[in-house]
Design a protein around this ligand. Structure first.
Ligand SMILES: Cc1cc2nc3c(=O)[nH]c(=O)nc-3n(C[C@H](O)[C@H](O)[C@H](O)COP(=O)(O)OP(=O)(O)OC[C@H]3O[C@@H](n4cnc5c(N)ncnc54)[C@H](O)[C@@H]3O)c2cc1C
Length: 590
């Protein structure tokens, strides 16, 4: 055995770079190529691999040290023959034989470890939302040298910073407040809630910070270079990145466009007035207005309405179409509509906001629709009428990438645009605009670039409205099946027959499964009720696995759970249910 000193190898033009992570501990056995430390310059972070297998005996640098080539990192005990196997590494014996130490100059590995932040990337990813960071991390894990371009200070995009995560943190609070209020009917009551908006805000920001900070660490661990700036195409093989220090050219072998979407504004509405909010402003929780108008009865509008209602606002929702959450089977939406009608000040469907004016005493709106007043005044307004893709902001034409008239970028099942080495993923490629679609597309694009036989070809992409009750659906809807003339068999299990739902005081929901009338294979599912968003995953798996009514009904679900309702609905279709009465004609003979 020999004790050797491993030093910082030649890492290009890096000098005086900071030690930001020590990835090993004294006594730890490391394999060859295991990362020892992470160094970070203003351009990139690099992980330095161990040239040997051995045991770490001493750490020779500290976090925050500024180091250059040749600086000692660790002392390691290695087998005598291990040194011979160190490939192209140059071993320089140092010190006396008694000290038995050596300095090893390692050569940077290509791709995933030591490399210079430069003006070229094997893979450049534009946008660090769930699609972009997933693609960047997967590509790095597959050995690619990746630069992730993102203008915002934190990674995570809309989803982590101003979308899925902060909204769910607030919806959790709203849900608990609602449950506590409802406990009154079950014999337990508390006083009126005391809302400390500052603490709610810092809880939400803490959740977001934990996740986005985690992403920054994951990027560093993988050697993904994060470049702060707005990326725009200069030609089919180069971006110009607008950074705080000026425009930086960046050439690439392959690019992944993951620039997401933004809220739609309504022309002539006073969006510049801070009382007229989009979802990002609403999530900031600047204040709890006495009266809040929510323009748009889709998922985002109704989720935010739920939050503000719990925190004390009187809510009016105005939806242009005749139903809330258009596109979802109406029976699934009905229990939600009923519950919101009982709680909100007004719920106007088939109604249009024709004008909006900001005045000193509030935001005045003109309304057109049955039952709605011609004019009304609100303390704040949330405009949640949809999102539009950011494909129009990339100068994509300079790369020859086709962007449609709405700003979406069409892709094939390998996530390739019309330019074969340029890929697009996430919201910018079209509906559904959902984070889990973006992440799966991100993995597909990275794998295709790495030469793997990947394709984005899901049986379904589930959707969830985290309202109260939640609504979740996947696969073929009942209304869509009937419109398309597909012969189906619909099986419903009402939660009024579920002991768990009754015990929870939430029996208004139901579980609906849609089977093929010919072979009883599962085609779709919809669930309305608490935790519907978690429950739908079983139906998604069943669809992916080609399960039929018998498979689902013979799957033993734990009792008493909400998940049983899926098994019971399948039993309805299979004709074996005993928790409901089925007419003889629909029972399966013994
Ligand atoms: C309030 C709200 C709640 C939501 N809740 C859910 C939910 O519960 N579940 C769900 O699945 N989805 C939800 N969504 C939708 C979800 O956030 C998006 O579908 C998801 O974030 C899309 O991911 P993405 O990677 O395509 O893009 P985004 O998350 O939009 O990220 C795009 C990134 O690209 C960056 N960018 C833009 N232009 C450039 C450029 N030129 N160069 C470099 N970078 C650029 C942006 O700064 C951004 O960080 C919600 C959205 C909102 C607004």
């Amino acid at each position: 055995m020999a004790l050797i000193q491993v030093a910082v190898p030649d890492i290009g033009e890096f000098e005086d770079v900071e030690v930001i992570e020590i990835l090993v501990a004294v006594g730890q056995r490391v394999a060859r190529e295991d990362s020892l430390v992470t160094l970070e310059s203003d351009k990139a972070s690099v992980e330095i691999p161990s040239p040997y297998e051995g045991v770490v005996r001493e750490i020779l640098l500290s976090l925050g040290d500024l180091v250059s080539e040749g600086a000692p990192m660790v002392a390691m005990e290695v087998a005598d023959d291990a040194r011979a196997g160190a490939g192209g590494l140059v071993v320089r014996e140092k010190g006396t034989p008694e000290q038995a130490r050596a300095t090893v100059t390692g050569r940077p590995r290509s791709g995933d470890t030591a490399r210079r932040a430069g003006d070229h990337a094997e893979v450049v990813v534009m946008g660090a939302g769930p699609g972009g960071y997933t693609a960047a991390f997967r590509a790095a894990d597959l050995g690619k040298q990746v630069t992730l371009v993102e203008p915002e200070a934190t990674l995570g995009g809309v989803c982590l910073n101003v979308g899925c995560i902060p909204s769910k943190a607030l919806l959790h609070i709203a849900g608990v407040m609602e449950e506590v209020a409802e406990l009154r009917d079950q014999g337990v009551s508390y006083g009126d809630p005391q809302v400390d908006l500052g603490r709610i805000r810092s809880h939400k920001d803490g959740v977001v910070g934990t996740l986005t900070g985690g992403l920054a660490r994951l990027a560093k661990q993988r050697g993904v270079e994060v470049l702060r700036g707005i990326g725009r195409f200069a030609n089919p093989n180069a971006l110009e990145v607008e950074t705080a220090d000026g425009v930086r050219p960046l050439t690439f072998d392959a690019a992944i466009i993951a620039v997401g979407s933004r809220s739609v504004d309504i022309p002539d509405f006073p969006h510049e007035d801070p009382r007229v909010m989009d979802s990002t402003a609403a999530l900031e929780l600047g204040e709890i207005p006495e009266r809040l108008l929510v323009v748009g009865g889709g998922i985002i509008g109704l989720e935010m309405a739920t939050v503000y209602h719990a925190l004390g606002s009187r809510i009016t929702v105005v939806e242009l179409l005749e139903v809330l959450m258009t596109g979802v089977d109406r029976d699934l939406v009905r229990p939600l509509h009923k519950r919101l009608e009982a709680r909100f000040e007004n719920l106007f469907t088939g109604t249009k906001v024709t004008a909006m004016t900001a005045r000193g005493d509030g935001i005045w709106v003109s309304l057109e629709g049955e039952g709605a007043p011609a004019e009304d005044r609100f303390d704040r307004v949330l405009v949640a009428v949809g999102r539009r893709p950011n494909g129009d902001r990339l100068r994509a034409e300079l790369a020859g990438v086709h962007v449609d008239e709405r700003g979406f970028i069409p892709v094939d099942e390998r996530c390739r645009t019309n330019v074969p080495h340029i890929y697009a993923i996430g919201d910018v490629t079209g509906p559904p605009l959902l984070a889990h679609k973006a992440t799966h597309e991100g993995k597909t694009a990275a794998e295709v670039i790495a030469g793997l036989p990947a394709a984005f070809d899901p049986a379904t992409i589930p959707s969830v409205a985290y309202t109260d009750p939640e609504i979740a659906w996947m696969g073929l809807g009942e209304e869509a099946a009937r419109e398309q003339g597909i012969e189906i068999r619909v099986a419903k299990f009402p939660w009024a027959a579920s002991g768990r739902a009754l015990g929870s005081g939430r029996s208004e929901g139901f579980t609906k499964l849609i089977f093929s009338a010919t072979d009883r294979s599962l085609l779709g599912a919809g669930i309305t009720g608490v935790h519907a968003g978690d429950l739908i995953a079983e139906a998604v798996l069943a669809l992916e696995m080609g399960a039929d009514a018998e498979d689902l009904s013979l799957t033993i679900h734990p009792h008493p759970t909400f998940s049983e309702s899926i098994g019971m609905a399948a039993e309805v279709a299979h004709g074996t249910v005993t928790d409901l009465y089925l007419p003889r004609s629909r029972r399966k003979p013994g």
